[in-house]
Design a binder for this molecule. Structure first.
Ligand SMILES: Cc1cc2nc3c(=O)[nH]c(=O)nc-3n(C[C@H](O)[C@H](O)[C@H](O)COP(=O)(O)O)c2cc1C
Length: 174
């Protein structure tokens, strides 16, 4: 089973989650390639794709949108897993909110999704420029001021558990 983990990351933390998923699945005996979506040229060699994107202004990063649009024909039948990394999930009912409002139906429909999840991400305001800070302050749709989430909220045990779920699902594929 040949697996592609393709990520869209602005500040690197989603890329680190992708690397962690790649490493964990490799330890489970799977053959995995981890790549930035912008660097992927072909997906036909892969049996399964795992896609992950950070969220900006309530939406997937444009690189992930472009990727799904670009490869929509090859993606149509391929089993796919999807996660998004964000901070809104840290608020009450955040998980449901993210699933409801941050997932674009038109793109989700193009994927043969086996599972979708949301992970708390990492926000490092010292490394967010003023333009992005403005976007965050103006477009964040939570009840809490987004600067309250300045920190690393990635839960590696949860991510590992998702990998176990994927490994199980993949082993059941024909
Ligand atoms: C400019 C900007 C806008 C963001 N907008 C949102 C948002 O609308 N909702 C949300 O939950 N998280 C938002 N975030 C938080 C990021 O999704 C989160 O920090 C993510 O883990 C970043 O991943 P990265 O390090 O791979 O870029 C935003 C972060 C930045 C820098």
């Amino acid at each position: 089973m040949n697996i592609l983990v393709a990520y869209a990351s602005s500040h690197g933390s989603t890329a680190e989650v992708a690397e962690f998923i790649g490493k964990t699945l490799t330890e489970r005996g799977l053959k995995v390639t981890v790549a930035d979506v912008d660097s992927v040229r072909i997906i036909s060699p892969y049996d399964v794709v795992i896609l992950g994107t950070a969220i900006h202004a309530g939406a997937w990063l444009p690189q992930m949108t472009d990727f799904v649009t670009r490869f929509q024909d090859s993606l149509a039948e391929k089993p796919a897993y999807l996660w998004v990394s964000c901070i809104r999930v840290l608020e009450p009912h955040g998980f449901q909110h993210v699933l409801e409002y941050y997932m674009p139906d038109d793109l989700m429909e193009k994927l043969n999704l086996q599972d979708v999840t949301v992970f708390p991400g990492k926000l490092d305001l010292q490394n967010v420029d003023w333009n992005e800070r403005w976007t965050l302050a103006a477009r964040y749709d939570g009840a809490t001021w987004p600067s309250s989430f300045d920190g690393d909220f990635r839960d590696w045990d949860r991510i590992r558990a998702w990998c176990d779920k994927i490994a199980e699902g993949v082993s059941a594929l024909p």
